[in-house]
Structure formats: structure tokens, C-alpha cells
Design a protein around this ligand. Structure first.
Ligand SMILES: NC(=O)C1=CN([C@@H]2O[C@H](COP(=O)(O)OP(=O)(O)OC[C@H]3O[C@@H](n4cnc5c(N)ncnc54)[C@H](OP(=O)(O)O)[C@@H]3O)[C@@H](O)[C@H]2O)C=CC1
Ligand SMILES: Cc1cn([C@H]2C[C@H](O)[C@@H](COP(=O)(O)OP(=O)(O)O[C@H]3O[C@@H](C)C(=O)[C@@H](O)[C@H]3O)O2)c(=O)[nH]c1=O
Ligand SMILES: [Mg+2]
Length: 280
């Protein structure tokens, strides 16, 4: 039995659509109580655990770093220790926001981390706690997750297009939009081999080709046939509580080497999302 933490989120929803999983919502397992999450694993008959729950409100985390750190740091670490004790693999997601975004070379899994914001710091606490738990694990760092479900940049752009015919969007933050459906498929595909001893550790999994948020917005409006003029602006002209990295490009070669999985094509994923949303 594959046990999933998270029920309503983008990736948790995709996992339930694609796999035979037992998904736990906040009512069944609240990540602000790490010991309770560990106990759920201990008392389960899980053969594998996937954590798809997280504190993902990047700007709000600046004011709630302690809570974000419990949810994104302490809870996954406790889950990983419970999995290690049971001898079952633990799969987890992390983020491009653990990097500072300097230069423009794609980030490799072993590159130095230096988060610019509280959310990134909280996710890094989780990464380290999982590595120290001593069990088999895979952490997929992904970026710019989108789906027809939940909150994401695609949904924000479509909503804004109902009231606006022009938008300014930052063009100096570059990364890979990643469909939640592809993340779920990848997690489900690597779970068994990981449990059997193949691979393990830190991986990158982000969509291709790399784009700026501005070029992403432009493609969303093109595919959705929305007549919105998008003008690029530097991030300094779009002030937010949390700083965001300029360079979020993820080098996904290790996942290809260990599991034969290539990064997803986000433009195809976007078309699928728009069709699910019945935007034509
Ligand atoms: N979204 C993105 O752009 C990116 C996400 N990631 C990572 O990918 C993973 C999945 O993200 P995504 O699917 O987008 O997340 P979402 O923001 O769509 O969903 C977050 C999920 O976590 C749950 N959750 C939040 N707090 C708690 C809590 N205290 N107890 C139990 N459940 C809780 C939410 O439940 P509820 O509905 O009850 O609030 C929801 O199901 C996360 O680890 C995230 O850090 C990485 C890079 C980019
Ligand atoms: C709505 C809007 C946003 N923006 C900018 C702000 C920001 O730099 C960028 C994206 O905004 P968002 O708030 O959607 O993105 P953000 O919440 O920062 O998304 C991040 O979420 C976390 C969970 C991750 O792990 C990251 O990989 C990343 O996906 O677009 C504009 O320039 N114009 C706009 O009209
Ligand atoms: Mg957001």
C-alpha cells in the first residue's frame, strides 16, 4: 500500500488520479504535528510513503517561518525516520527555491544551496532531516508546479484575463514549469525500483523548455486564446514579501541516468490542463 500525505494539493490530487494510493488529508494527518505523522506510518501497512503535503504559500511564509519549518522541515524528517525504522522507501518533493539563483547555469543536485526566502529555508530543513534519517529515500526538487487543480500560475493568469487586457510579468526569473501529472507519474514510476535498491538521494525534475514567467504567461494566453498583452518587467518592479531566485533552471540528468526518466514537456502539459479546465 502506497501511503500519501496530502489529499487536496496539486500533486496529491494527481497521485490519486493515477495510482492506487491511500491519501491522507489534514484531518487524518496534520503536518504541524510531526510525531502524529510518524505514528500514522508506524501503525500503517504501507510499503512506501509519498509526502505530497507542504506549506507552499511563499510570501506568507515570511511571516510564519516557524510554522512553515515544522510542516516542511520537521514533519518530513519525522516521516523519513518512521519509514527508515520500517524499512520502506520515502519519496518527497522539494523546490528550486533552495537555490539562490545566481548565474545562469542549470542547477545540479549537489550544487550549493542558499535559499533566499523562508519557504526555501523550511524546505531545506526537510531535505537535510530526510537525508539524516538513515533510510532509503528520493527527494525530487521540482519547480513552478501547475495543474487544473488547486492554486498555481496558470489559474492566476486565467483569472486575471477575465478583468485585464494587459499585464506586466517578471522576465528576469527563469525556470521550468512542471505539470503535477508528470510529477505524480514519475513518483509512482520510481517507487518500486527505489524500494528494490535502485538509485536514491537527491534528484531534479523540472519541465522544459526553460522560460521566464513572462514567456510562460504569454504561452498560457496563446494556448487559451486570450487577448492579453504581456509586458516583461524586472523582478524589482514587482515587489513581493519573499525574494525569488533569478535562475531556477534544474538539470535533470541524474533522474534520466538512474531511472530513464526525461524532464516533462510543459507546453504539452499546459494543453492538457487547459482542456481539463475546458478553456479553448
Ligand atoms: N507549487 C509549486 O509551485 C511547487 C511545489 N513544490 C513542492 O511540491 C510539493 C507539492 O506541492 P503542491 O502539490 O503544489 O502543493 P499545494 O499547495 O497544491 O498543496 C499543498 C498540500 O499540502 C497540504 N497541507 C498544507 N499544510 C498542511 C498541514 N499542516 N497538514 C496537512 N496537510 C497540509 C494542503 O492541504 P489543505 O488543502 O488542507 O491546505 C494541500 O493538500 C510540496 O512539497 C511543494 O513544496 C516544489 C516546487 C514548486
Ligand atoms: C500574478 C503575477 C505574478 N508575477 C510574478 C511574481 C513571481 O515572481 C512570479 C510567480 O508568482 P507566483 O506567486 O505564482 O509564484 P510562487 O508562488 O513564487 O511559485 C513558487 O511556488 C513555490 C511553492 C515553489 O516551490 C516554486 O517552485 C514556485 O513555483 O510571477 C508577475 O510578475 N505579475 C503578475 O501579475
Ligand atoms: Mg504561489
Amino acid at each position: 500500500m502506497i501511503l500519501v500525505f496530502g489529499k487536496t494539493g496539486q500533486v496529491a490530487t494527481a497521485l490519486q488520479r493515477q495510482g492506487e494510493v491511500t491519501a491522507l488529508g489534514r484531518d487524518a494527518a496534520d503536518l504541524s504535528d510531526p510525531a502524529a505523522c510518524a505514528k500514522v506510518i508506524e501503525e500503517s501497512n504501507a510499503t512506501c510513503v509519498i509526502n505530497a503535503a507542504a506549506y507552499t504559500a511563499v510570501d506568507r511564509a515570511e511571516e510564519e517561518e516557524a510554522l512553515a519549518t515544522v510542516i516542511n522541515g520537521d514533519a518530513p524528517a519525522a516521516m523519513a525516520r518512521a519509514c527508515a525504522a520500517k524499512g520502506i522507501p520515502f519519496l518527497h518533493l522539494s523546490t528550486d527555491y533552495v537555490f539562490d539563483g545566481s548565474d545562469d547555469a542549470p542547477w545540479k543536485p549537489d550544487d550549493s544551496v542558499a535559499p533566499l526566502n523562508a519557504y526555501g529555508r523550511s524546505k531545506l530543513v526537510g531535505e537535510k532531516g530526510i537525508a539524516q534519517a538513515g533510510g532509503r529515500y528520493a527527494i525530487l526538487r521540482t519547480s513552478w508546479v501547475v495543474s487544473s487543480h488547486g492554486n498555481n500560475f496558470v489559474k492566476t493568469m486565467l483569472r486575471l484575463s477575465q478583468t485585464r487586457d494587459a499585464l506586466t510579468v517578471v522576465d528576469d526569473q527563469i525556470g521550468g514549469p512542471t505539470p503535477a501529472a508528470d510529477i505524480a507519474a514519475t513518483l509512482l514510476r520510481i517507487a518500486a525500483p527505489l524500494g528494490a535498491g535502485q538509485g536514491g538521494g537527491l534528484y531534479h525534475y523540472g519541465g522544459m523548455p526553460w522560460v521566464s514567467w513572462k514567456d510562460f504567461a504569454t504561452e498560457i494566453f496563446a494556448q487559451a486564446h486570450r487577448d492579453v498583452t504581456v509586458t516583461g518587467i524586472p523582478g524589482v518592479q514587482y515587489p513581493t514579501p519573499a525574494a525569488r531566485p533569478h535562475n531556477s533552471r534544474l538539470d535533470c540528468a541524474r533522474l534520466t541516468q538512474d531511472f530513464g526518466i526525461a524532464p516533462p514537456d510543459w507546453k504539452a502539459g499546459l494543453a492538457q490542463i487547459l482542456s481539463e479546465l475546458e478553456v479553448t
